[in-house]
Ligand binder design. Structure first.
Ligand SMILES: Nc1nc2c(ncn2[C@@H]2O[C@H](COP(=O)(O)OP(=O)(O)O)[C@@H](O)[C@H]2O)c(=O)[nH]1
Ligand SMILES: [Mg+2]
Length: 323
């Protein structure tokens, strides 16, 4: 619980490069609903970061790719001595399966250890502990805090494949879906709904057999799908994250997408992102109201009546909800 004004003080400190303050702000976003709300009021109208989400099944190489993208970003855009504001890359690792920062995140940290000590890079894992709207809100809140603190680029790595990943991906400006060659990985990604959200598809571990087939399958599936919402055609790329092969091309594709999104396509997307976030927060609030309602005498009376057969469940729900 924070004293009034303390979050604003922390935000000022974070803008001056204080990483302890930044870490405290991200903890507030993660754990403290009121703090998150207060922070959003301070950060939402401020600078935005270009956010790239990397998603795909565990083990496909997202952390290794993230590590390579950090290196590439710092090498290309950040000559030594540049101002802090353009020289920073934020990384948010999301693990919805764990209420604590678990083993997967520890592994990610180790894989990104080259950068963990680089003061141009800020790596943080996020596991929402029951904030209103969950991780799908905590992640964009965290990105807004990082942007306010001067991070122009934020990479979001999501662990696993599920609804939370789709939600998180829908808040990123660019979504990279990562698969590996081999039995049905591309098909699995398609089934999980990942092709629809992909801006860039990456077949990582292209040093393994089956890469050409995976690329072909993905291209075919993309051709069968709906044309893109804003004129962007997702490229299918191959990488070997462990030795850096293909990272330059991946970076170029993301840069082209960033340029594309500076036009009308970007506005469409920002509106979609905004709608998704507002919808989720509104839904979470309605759900909370229903939980409150369930603790009232009127609710108990209605349940008694339905159980006794004197009222049907539709009538009961309507009697409780109708104003
Ligand atoms: N052969 C090969 N192994 C890779 C490649 N990229 C990552 N790996 C390995 O795959 C394992 C999982 O990588 P990681 O980045 O942690 O995957 P994540 O779970 O998606 O974040 C690690 O042992 C990596 O070294 C690649 O391009 N080729
Ligand atoms: Mg990982």
């Amino acid at each position: 619980v924070s004293a009034p004004g303390s979050l604003a003080t922390l935000l000022d400190a974070a803008k001056r490069g204080d990483r302890v303050a930044l870490a405290k702000l991200l903890s507030a976003v993660e754990n403290d609903e009121h703090g998150a709300r207060e922070l959003a009021a301070m950060t939402w109208s401020g600078p935005r970061a270009f956010t790239i989400g990397l998603t795909g099944a565990p083990g496909v190489g997202k952390s290794t790719l993230t590590d390579r993208l950090i290196t590439e970003t710092l090498a290309r855009f950040v000559p030594d001595g540049a101002t802090a504001a353009v020289a920073q890359v934020g990384v948010v690792c999301v693990d919805p399966t764990s209420p604590f920062s678990g083993g997967a995140i520890l592994g990610d940290r180790i894989r990104m250890q080259d950068h963990a000590l680089d003061d141009r890079v800020f790596i943080r894992s996020l596991a929402s502990r029951g904030q209103l709207g969950g991780l799908s809100i905590a992640v964009p809140d965290a990105v807004a805090v990082l942007a306010a603190a001067g991070f122009a680029l934020v990479l979001i790595e999501t662990v696993g494949v599920g609804q939370v990943e789709l939600d998180v991906a829908s808040t990123a400006d660019a979504t990279v879906v990562v698969v590996t060659p081999g039995w049905g990985d591309a098909t699995q990604a398609a089934k999980a709904g990942l092709l629809e959200i992909a801006d860039v598809l990456v077949v990582n571990k292209a040093d393994r057999p089956g890469t050409a087939e995976a690329v072909r399958d993905l291209r075919q599936m993309l051709d069968l799908g709906e044309p893109s919402r804003d004129g962007w055609r997702p490229p299918v790329l191959t990488t070997v994250a462990t030795d850096g092969t293909g990272i330059g091309e991946l970076f170029d594709a993301l840069d082209a997408l960033r340029a594309h999104l500076r036009g009308a396509g970007g506005e469409v997307r920002r509106r979609q992102q905004a709608a998704a976030i507002v919808r989720r927060l509104a839904a979470a609030r309605v759900e909370r109201r229903v939980d409150e309602l369930a603790r009232t005498d009127a609710f108990r009376a209605a349940v008694d009546a339905v159980a006794a057969g004197t009222m049907d469940p539709y009538a009961a729900a309507e009697s409780l909800i109708t104003p």
